[in-house]
Design a protein around this ligand. Structure first.
Ligand code: ATP
Ligand code: MG
Length: 396
C-alpha cells in the first residue's frame, strides 16, 4: 500500500509522459515483486512498448498490432488478462515470448472506459497473479490514466500560452513598426507645411493684409500641436511594448518630486500638495513615474481656475491585502456619466480653450497600470474635483 501511495503522490506531480514512464515502470514491478514490468501506450492500432523494468530485456521500443499482443487484448477488451502459462494461452504471441524469460504475466489496461495503454507484469517462474496483485496494478493504471490526462491538459495549456505569447509578440512588433512608420510619414509632410509657411512669411508677409497674416501665424501653432500628438502616439506605442523592469518603488517620494517640479513650472498657480507616507511597492519605476506625472499634472491643470487648489496623493490597504492609491483634487471635476471616456485615447471632457491637452495622458496611465496587473478608475463631480484611483497587481 505504501508503495502505491508513493506512486500516486509521484504521479500527481508529473508534467510529462516521460516522467510517467519512469514512475510507472518501477512502481509496477515493485508493487507485485514481479521479475519485469512494461509500460505500453496505444498508438493508433498498434501497441507501443515504451518502457520496461525487468531482469532481462523484454520489448522496449517495439510495436505490435493491437490484435496480436496481450496488451492489445487488454485494451480491446477493457479488462485485465491473467496468464499463468504463456505457452498455453491463445492470446499470447508465443514467438515474441520465446526469446524472453517470461513464463507468466498479468496485463491491466490504462483507463478502462477508453484504454490509452496498458501495464504488464512478468514472472520468470510459473505464477498465477492473485486478485490482490491485479487490483493493485489496476489502481496504479487508473492513477496513471489521471496523470496522463493531467499531462495532456497541462501541455495543451502550455501550448496555448506559447501561442498567445507569440501572437502578442507579433502584434507588439507590428504595432511598434506601424507607429514608427506612421510617425515618420506624418512628420515629413508636417515639416514641409511648416517650411512653406515660413517661406510665405519671409517672402510675402508684406504683401498680405492683417487678417491673412494672422491666418499664417496659426499654421505653426497647429503644426506644433500635431507634432505633439505624434509624440504622444509614439509614447503610447512604446509603453505598450515596453518590458517591465521591476524594483521596489517609493511612490510617495516620486509624487513629492513630481509635485515640486509642477510647483516650479507653474509659479502663478499655488497648489497645496499633501502626500501620505506609503510603504514601497513592486513596480517599474520609470513607468510608474510617467503614470504619476500624468495624474498629478492633470490635477494641477484642472485646478487652474480653482481658488485654494488642493491635491492629495494617498493610499490605503484594501481588505484583500492589496494597496489602493489615489490622486485627488478639488478642481474642475467631471460628470459621473463621462467617467467611461476618460481613459480612451484622444477623448477629452473639457475644451482646449479652458484646459489645453491632447487627451492621451490618461490612456498612458491606464496602459501602465494594466501592465502592472492593476486597475485604474475615477470619480468626479463637476466643479468640485476628481479622484483617480489605481491598484498595482504585482506581488510583494
Ligand atoms: N483631474 C482631472 N479633473 C477633471 N477632469 C480630468 C482630470 N484629469 C483628466 N480629466 C479629463 O479627462 C480627459 C483626459 O485626460 P488626459 O490626461 O488623458 O488628457 P489631457 O489632460 O486632456 O491631455 P494630455 O494628453 O496632455 O494629458 C481630460 O481632457 C479631462 O477632460
Ligand atoms: Mg493629461
Amino acid at each position: 500500500m505504501e508503495r502505491l501511495v508513493r506512486a500516486v503522490q509521484d504521479l500527481s506531480r508529473v508534467r510529462s509522459v516521460e516522467e510517467i514512464r519512469e514512475i510507472v515502470r518501477h512502481a509496477a514491478r515493485e508493487l507485485t515483486g514481479a521479475d519485469g514490468a512494461t509500460f505500453v501506450l496505444r498508438d493508433g492500432d498498434q501497441c507501443h512498448y515504451v518502457d520496461e523494468d525487468a531482469i532481462a530485456p523484454l520489448w522496449k521500443g517495439q510495436r505490435f498490432p493491437l490484435h496480436t499482443c496481450v496488451s492489445g487484448w487488454a485494451m480491446t477488451n477493457r479488462r485485465s488478462a491473467v496468464i499463468a502459462d504463456v505457452f498455453d494461452d491463445v492470446r499470447v504471441p508465443v514467438d515474441a515470448y520465446r526469446p524472453t524469460f517470461v513464463k507468466s504475466l498479468v496485463m491491466v489496461p490504462i483507463r478502462t472506459d477508453d484504454p490509452v495503454g496498458a501495464i504488464g507484469n512478468y514472472w520468470s517462474t510459473p505464477h498465477r497473479a492473485t486478485a490482490e496483485e491485479v487490483q493493485v496494478l489496476q489502481a496504479l493504471a487508473n492513477t496513471t490514466a489521471v496523470a496522463m490526462e493531467n499531462v495532456r491538459v497541462y501541455q495543451e495549456l502550455e501550448k496555448r500560452v506559447r501561442d498567445r505569447t507569440l501572437q502578442l509578440e507579433h502584434a507588439n512588433q507590428e504595432l511598434s513598426s506601424f507607429a514608427t512608420s506612421v510617425s515618420h510619414d506624418l512628420r515629413a509632410p508636417l515639416a514641409v507645411i511648416s517650411g512653406y509657411a515660413d517661406l510665405l512669411r519671409l517672402t510675402s508677409a508684406e504683401a498680405l493684409d492683417e487678417k491673412a497674416r494672422s491666418y499664417l501665424q496659426q499654421i505653426p501653432v497647429h503644426v506644433m500641436r500635431m507634432s505633439a500628438l505624434i509624440d504622444d502616439l509614439m509614447r503610447l506605442a512604446k509603453i505598450r511594448t515596453a518590458e517591465l523592469s521591476v524594483t521596489s518603488v517609493d511612490l510617495t517620494a516620486l509624487a513629492r518630486d513630481i509635485a515640486r517640479q509642477l510647483e516650479a513650472a507653474h509659479p502663478g498657480h499655488p497648489v497645496r500638495f499633501v502626500a501620505q507616507d506609503l510603504p514601497p511597492v513592486k513596480g517599474d519605476e520609470p513607468l510608474l513615474c510617467i503614470a504619476l506625472e500624468n495624474l498629478l499634472s492633470n490635477a494641477w491643470k484642472y485646478t487652474q481656475r480653482t481658488n485654494g487648489a488642493t491635491v492629495v496623493f494617498g493610499g490605503r490597504e484594501e481588505p484583500d491585502g492589496t494597496f489602493g492609491y489615489f490622486v485627488r483634487d478639488n478642481g474642475a471635476g467631471f460628470a459621473a456619466e463621462d467617467a467611461g471616456r476618460l481613459f480612451v485615447p484622444f477623448q477629452r471632457l473639457h475644451v482646449a480653450a479652458d484646459f489645453p491637452g491632447t487627451g492621451v495622458g490618461l490612456t498612458i496611465v491606464a496602459r501602465i497600470i494594466e501592465k502592472h496587473g492593476g486597475r485604474v478608475w475615477a470619480d468626479g463631480t463637476p466643479d468640485a474635483g476628481a479622484t483617480f484611483h489605481f491598484t498595482l497587481g504585482l506581488p510583494e
